[in-house]
Write a protein of this length. Structure first.
Length: 182
């Protein structure tokens, strides 16, 4: 399978497993798992055809480890990034590092200064422990601006943090007082 095709299917999987399973009539359970068999069949019925071997390759080699297969490889889910209200990916609360980073763009800054970092359409605010990742995330929308979040101070005040299976730090809200706008 060539790189272009891998990327196309990976994007398709993100859409179906995080946002719109109904697009192909796929059912996700409360923890976000879908049957691999059903995913292969329903994707194919909707013009996106791939084999179980190709799916395993995509899961294994995905640049951000976005997906997981269960132990016997009969079920698949996205590790984070869902907008679906009825899917809960259980992650333990974790002590965050002192600082975390968020990449965004200039047009959002006035609103972030006023309202803090909000979940917007996702289930959590997404933060990263390294600047490089934050820069990449911001670059999706234009010239990136990196915000430093005082996660250690937030944690001390009782805000919860979660670490997804693929290393993304998640929280429910970052009030503006904990954001360094440089
Ligand atoms: C902004 C991708 C105005 C926020 C990435 C962001 C990441 C506000 C946008 C993951 C705001 C939401 C998540 C406020 C936040 N007013 N704008 N109060 N609060 N925003 O895509 O963090 O490739 O939902 O700055 O790599 O950009 O999909 O979040 O620009 O890891 O795996 O509202 O998605 O990962 O955008 O990206 P998003 P994000 P995947």
């Amino acid at each position: 399978m060539n790189e272009k095709n891998t990327k196309r299917i990976s994007k398709f999987l993100s859409l179906i497993l995080r946002h719109q399973p109904e697009k192909i009539g796929l059912k996700l359970d409360i923890s976000g798992w879908a049957s691999v068999e059903e995913l292969l069949n329903k994707s194919s019925n909707n013009g996106v055809t791939f084999t179980k071997e190709e799916l395993k390759f995509i899961v294994k080699n995905n640049d951000k480890q976005r997906f997981s297969l269960n132990e016997n490889q009969t079920k698949i889910r996205a590790n984070q990034g869902h907008s679906l209200k009825n899917v809960i990916i259980a992650t333990e609360t974790k002590t965050p590092p002192q600082f975390l980073y968020h990449g965004t763009v200039a047009e959002f800054i006035p609103s972030i200064k006023e309202n803090g970092l909000q979940k917007m359409s996702r289930q959590h605010v997404h933060l990263s422990s390294d600047l490089e990742t934050a820069k990449k995330v911001g670059s999706r929308r234009g010239k990136p601006i990196i915000l430093t979040v005082q996660s250690g101070a937030m944690y001390k005040k009782g805000y919860e943090f979660f670490l997804s299976e693929n290393g993304v730090w998640l929280t429910n809200l970052v009030p503006a007082e904990f954001i360094e706008f440089l």
